[in-house]
Design a binder for this molecule. Structure first.
Ligand SMILES: *[C@@H]1O[C@H](CO)[C@@H](O)[C@H](O)[C@H]1NC(C)=O
Ligand SMILES: *[C@@H]1O[C@H](CO)[C@@H](O)[C@H](O)[C@H]1NC(C)=O
Ligand SMILES: *[C@@H]1O[C@H](CO)[C@@H](O)[C@H](O)[C@H]1NC(C)=O
Length: 289
């Protein structure tokens, strides 16, 4: 290779490496972006005696995994280049877990990393489509911790005066702190900023390909977790007089980081990082084409 192009690559690598330090500031503690799974049936390999893969998969109906979760490139936020695919989580008329009256399809991080200590950011993007939109007549608890100190909600909230509710909400201890009209086909990008030491939680938010912005500053919350009680997915409360309809929610860009927040929807390890890695490899191995 002519030395001029070698040094061009070398300076490009230097330039890209310098900028990557500012782009990728956080440390990924746990990566739930589905990139390591070839299909949702991989989730079936997990059990309490064989804790493999990024997720615990046990909260679901009695059907096969493909009835409740499927993976596809069509199921991710297209602006998120770090995710190869996203997940479709389904509630159908069998999605009852162990005889409960609630429909539930949920995934829980499988990790021993310190995702429940200090300050951490829980990232995910979510979307619903018009044809299989979550019922506005029933309460949906989305991406919640067991103690519900932070969660998203959609649909009619139990006890509410109105009959239906079209909002997407962010709740702390079951009190709404932020809401927007829940629209079909819109990717909502979300990060919970949790300081487990201080007992606070804040809300970062954007839509589509826009960078996350701190929308609610950290506020007091009973933030606690055993490290395996954050539920990616949906729990729907029953309500008399309203029959089950099939509902889908789509999730992508799921990861937890510490240090500082990554605001780009592409997240850490995005296309930019792949380009840097490839440029560096080519510069160090000029004989490989
Ligand atoms: C998941 O994918 C399988 C195989 O393509 C398909 O048979 C099944 O209907 C899909 N499930 C849902 C809920 O869309
Ligand atoms: C959502 O609906 C649109 C319009 O019907 C369709 O083109 C798209 O494939 C759907 N997306 C998913 C993830 O099902
Ligand atoms: C989290 O809270 C602790 C205790 O109040 C504080 O010392 C620490 O600086 C906070 N972390 C961040 C990143 O703000």
């Amino acid at each position: 290779m002519p030395s001029s192009s070698s040094s061009l690559i070398a300076s490009l690598v230097g330039l890209l490496s310098a900028s990557i330090l500012t782009v990728q500031a956080g440390t990924v503690l746990w990566d739930g972006r589905f990139n390591d799974l070839s299909s949702s049936t991989d989730l079936d390999d997990w059990s309490w005696s064989n804790e493999v893969g990024p997720y615990q998969y046990y909260i679901h109906g009695d059907g096969p995994v493909t009835e409740y979760i499927n993976l596809s490139a069509a199921y991710k936020n297209p602006a998120d280049t770090a995710s190869a695919q996203g997940a479709q989580l389904t509630l159908d008329d069998t999605a009852y877990w162990e005889g409960q009256t609630m429909r539930r399809t949920e995934l829980i991080p499988q990790t021993t990393a310190a995702i429940n200590e200090g300050t951490v950011w829980y990232h995910f993007s979510m979307m619903a489509n018009a044809t299989d939109f979550p019922s506005p007549y029933r309460e949906h608890q989305i991406c919640f911790f067991e103690s519900h100190f932070t969660e998203m909600k959609a649909g009619w909230i139990s006890g509410e005066a109105a009959t239906s509710d079209g909002l997407l909400r962010w709740d702390v201890q079951s009190v709404t702190q932020w809401s927007t009209e829940f629209e079909a086909g819109v990717w909502y990008n979300i990060a919970y900023e949790i300081n487990f030491t201080a007992g606070t939680v804040g809300f970062w938010y954007s839509t589509g390909g826009n960078d996350l912005v701190q929308t609610v500053a950290p506020m007091a919350a009973s933030a606690s977790s055993n490290g395996q009680d954050w539920h990616l997915g949906v729990l729907e409360l029953p309500r008399g007089g309203y029959t089950d309809t099939d509902e889908n929610l789509y999730f992508s860009g799921v990861y937890i980081e510490s240090g500082s927040i990554t605001t780009s929807v592409s997240g850490p390890g995005g296309e930019f990082c792949r380009l840097v890695a490839r440029a560096r490899f080519r510069a160090e191995h000029p004989w490989i084409r």
